[in-house]
Design a protein around this ligand. Sequence first.
Ligand code: FAD
Ligand code: MLT
Ligand code: ZN
Length: 515
Amino acid sequence: MRRTLRKLSSSRSAATSGACGYLRPACRRSTSVDTRVSAAPAAAYSELTELDVQHFTTVVGGSNVITDEAALEHYNTDWMRKYRGKSRLALRPGSTTEVSRILAHCNERRLPIVPQGGNTGLVGGSVPVDDEVVLSLGRMNRVLAMDEHAGNLVCEAGCVLETLQEYVWKRGYTMPLDLGAKGSCQIGGNIATNAGGLRFLRYGSLHGSVLGLEVVLADGTVLDNLTALRKDNTGYDLKQLFIGSEGTLGVVTGCAIALPRAPTSVQLAFLGLSSFDAVLACFGAAKRDLGEVLSAVEFLDAESYELVNRHLGGRPPPLAPGSRHYMLLELSGSRAEHDQAKLSGFLEHVMAEGLVADGTIAQDQAQSQGIWRVREGITSALGKEGAVYKYDVSIPLAELYTLCEVMRARLEAHGALVTGFGHLGDGNLHLNIYTPGRFNKDPAVLAAIEPFVYEWIAERRGSISAEHGLGVMKPAFLRMSKSESMIELMRGIKGLLDPKGILNPYKVLPPLSHS
Ligand code: FAD
Ligand code: MLT
Ligand code: ZN
């Protein structure tokens, strides 16, 4: 071990240990979030000691106990490099029993702990805020069973989404979700965030696709609900509580997922349009004319397209120069000729009507991948441009892009630019504000965005987090999307399942208000 951990000390208060007299996280992060009183219980956490590390070593083995500072960097830093924790210990369990023993010890000793999957989350939920232990699920990556008759898969939580996709595709099925981070994100992380992604329009939410879960509770109790039954109305559907709970209620260790059949025909069109009104009209026409085979409807604005072109190279298909917006329409079916004819006919129709300025249909897999690369590459391209202020919102469709225009006007004076893209079919906008060439966060830019952006969304009864969750970025704004009574009930559930507040503290639930 690189350095000696502190001896077991008297307990420290989670709410008062910072130099500024408030919570440490609030002192460290330059956000406008009021974290004066934490969602973590007032009760104190303990300091990690040498004895704790020795105990964990007996549970997971020395090679799965990480204490080296350089090696910990990976576990302490999020995908965007925006959030950085100070954990001195990461554990890599290989089984549910090991997870259970780790949590039982943490609970007994009041050691806070952060479940971590692929660490691709975009709201800072997967990394410690302070020096919480990191519980990395990556070693739990076995497929446990696949029922090819019923169409379901049972696997451990640490399986990487893309690996599962390849596994089930070979057997004639597809995963019910897909996202740009598929090469790294894990199914347990997907479930913990209730990830949406590119095929939500077709296959729906994980609240529907997850058939069963195995979850380890804060005190180490293993909740075995790992059945793959399609129908089971025996009491409360407890697994739903953990889907989207971002590691604050339990650690997902296994799951059973319903699998759609793999489509044998996939068609993809890339369209250029001159206005967002045209985008909405085209979406309406697509639902009307292509509804039964539509599997994705994504959009991006010209700014996003330019960013990808500039930073990721490749040659996305050149479309009409006047295009201000782009759409991806994907059809998944079983009769290629029929689907191709439908898509070509649709394209002719919307172009003749003047809705679409220009369009192309991918002729092979390489072209299809090239088009998806444009859409999926925006997040990485943005990161290369400068500091990014990321918002992931649901708003009624008619005003989806209005938010980008409002923010563009508001931020012009700050030298900040705005892009909009997202899952049009789900009413989900990814609003991204960025400062070209300036990689440090600018408090003035942040102050121009928040709380204005959340208030604007709340006025329209939208959601301040459509799919990325709340993490550490948004708890203080949960009130913009949920009523006080709902938040109180959430607190009650958290208190019931994790009375000592050891699971992913400071995440999801807002600070208690001062009254
Ligand atoms: P992590 O980032 O490791 O963790 C996320 C949260 O889940 C944390 O709060 C963590 O504590 C908790 N957690 C992780 N594993 C477990 C577990 N086993 N048990 C309990 N809690 C756990 N998200 C979308 O919804 N749609 C998209 O289209 C999308 N596209 C993306 C594209 C890119 C390029 C990137 C970088 C991210 C994207 N994301 C998207 C966000 C992210 O990939 C998802 O939230 C994903 O589901 C996170 O999975 P993960 O394994 O990386 O989880
Ligand atoms: C996406 O849809 O590309 C993701 O949610 C990532 C992002 O919002 O940047
Ligand atoms: Zn998304």
